[in-house]
Design a protein around this ligand. Structure first.
Ligand SMILES: [Zn+2]
Length: 267
């Protein structure tokens, strides 16, 4: 009996602590109420050197996600050719490229969804049709072994071709021609903005986005470049701190919760 009382007390204490923590998060980020929004995490611009740590975290937290990857980061043959021709820097790039392919294989094995983010992250609507379609077609060819769904997924770099789909319908038309399904986002962490990469600014944005919307897919980045809109290491470094607050207001769902017509390969 005494053991049961201790156990019940422990459960009450821990649930009270959890509730208090969530109440504090909700107060701090001005998110009243108790409801949790259905959310799906997505990451653009990888695979990158920090992607494995994001995967470790998602595994630990049991959160499913979707990764929209750049085919250029998985296209190892040009690096190999240059490396064999004696270019030392190309040998380093080749090794990174092989690592990125391994990381993407792991991503797939761990049950996450994988889609294309084009070949090299250009503004597709600004390109001549032939070049735009090369970006799409080449990415399909390289990422093919890693795709997780039928039809395969695509997310346009900068949302260009989706935001402006009425003015530039050719981009979505070409995606359809190559059999891709475009996945946009309902919320954004704005984690590529250098000015936001301090303190809890990004978490504040994320909490506001989740609390003020009905749920959906949220955009993060796991890329590594510092000089372009290609994602930042900041997200990889801080995501573990953000998840507990997000859990108070979000119910993490797989992509198929929002896109019920998607067929997951192998299921
Ligand atoms: Zn991007």
């Amino acid at each position: 009996m005494r053991r049961i009382i201790i156990l019940v007390s422990l459960i009450l204490i821990s649930s009270t602590t959890f509730a208090d923590t969530c109440a504090q998060y909700r107060a701090k980020y001005q998110c009243p109420g108790n409801d949790k929004k259905p959310i799906h995490l997505s990451f653009d611009d990888g695979p990158a050197n920090l992607t494995p740590s994001v995967l470790d975290l998602l595994k630990r937290e049991r959160i499913p996600a979707t990764f929209f990857v750049l085919a250029e980061r998985l296209d190892c043959q040009p690096h190999k050719t240059q490396c064999q021709a004696g270019e030392q820097a190309a040998c380093t790039s080749y090794n990174y490229c092989l690592e990125h392919r391994k990381t993407l294989q792991r991503t797939k094995q761990e049950g996450h969804m994988i889609g294309s983010h084009s070949y090299s992250h250009l503004h597709l609507s600004a390109l001549p049709i032939a070049e735009m379609e090369q970006q799409i077609q080449q990415s399909k060819q390289i990422i093919q072994p890693f795709f997780t769904t039928s039809p395969p997924l695509f997310r346009l770099p900068f949302g260009d071709g989706w935001f402006n789909r009425n003015q530039k319908p050719q981009v979505l038309q070409s995606l359809a021609k190559y059999g891709f399904k475009h996945i946009a986002w309902e919320m954004s962490a704005y984690d590529w903005r250098k000015a936001d990469q301090q303190g809890d600014k990004i978490l504040k944005t994320v909490m506001h986005e989740i609390c003020s919307k009905r749920g959906g897919v949220i955009l993060f980045h796991d890329g590594v470049f510092e000089d372009e809109h290609m994602g930042r290491t900041f997200t990889g470094d801080h995501l573990a701190e953000w998840i507990p607050a997000m859990r108070c207001v979000a119910d993490f769902k797989p992509l198929t919760y929002f896109y019920k017509d998607l067929k997951v390969i192998g299921q």
